[in-house]
Design a protein around this ligand. Sequence first.
Ligand code: HEM
Length: 298
Amino acid sequence: MTTHAVRMPRLNLSAPWRDRQGAFSPFKLAVLVALMLPALWVAWLAAGNALGPRPITEAIHQTGLWAIRILLLSLLVTPLRQMLRWPRVMLVRRMVGVAAMAYALSHLTLYAADLKWDLAKLVTEIALRFYLTIGFVALAGLVALGVTSTDGWVRRLGGRRWQLLHRAAYGIGVLGLVHFVLQTKVDVTEAMLTAGLFLWLMAYRLLAPKGGAPSWPRLLLLVPATALGTALLEAGWYGLFTGIPFWPVLQANLDVGFGLRPALWVGIVAAGMAALGMWARILPGRAKVQRRGRSPAT
Ligand code: HEM
């Protein structure tokens, strides 16, 4: 009788709080706990009947908000590595991306629960409502990136192709934001703030030289550029979808009497990032820190 050696695929299922060498990483554990906190908070409120008169709707909103916020956080990991010359931050990039996918999947699950698990209705709603169709495409993209985020897929595709595929995260971000803005009925403040922060993340990448952080004058340039971009987006949205004139909305951004508009918040965050970038440059010894640990799937 002949025996055939069966080659089992190697699974890399190390616990999420371990680093690539298998050692316990307090940093990874802290990020994991932080990523779980919003879900635990929503579950806690739900258990105490404190989610308001329409608890499932509120939970749909919360999970959607956290999906897009965490997606943006995953896009912040590379700028942090480059600006702070902090290669270890890459250890959590995969975890943050997978968390965005998990929040988006629970968002869809809650929506299905809201439709009393009527799957035919779910499919029809997604097919007929434009903002849901866009959300679905974004979710499908997130799942594709989540599935291919493992070391096995990096090897299978090769680092270069893997990185190209994972640039789809930018397009998924745009779709998630369009979905967010389109479902907003009255106040687009939070959607515009999120869009403005996404604008910074994209503009940062445009200005960054290959593999490094943009120079500090470029980081400073991002302050007015992203604030103005956010103000234009907001004024454009009100002009197009509500008939409120473009110029008064644009001017309202300069008047803090209305409270801080999203453009000003984005400017403040961009200024903070520029300050962080400059601080990292003048820190003694940091410049020598190598760019270790740049495996794409960390
Ligand atoms: C099949 C996929 C999806 C479905 C069926 C879906 C469904 C929904 C629904 C029903 C709402 C509430 C709309 C309302 O109250 O009128 C919503 C809001 C929202 N969704 Fe989704 N969504 C999907 C995918 C996504 C994805 C992938 C993201 C983010 C990456 C996302 C982020 C959001 C956000 C930020 C909100 C607004 C929350 C708020 O304003 O409080 N959704 N979605």
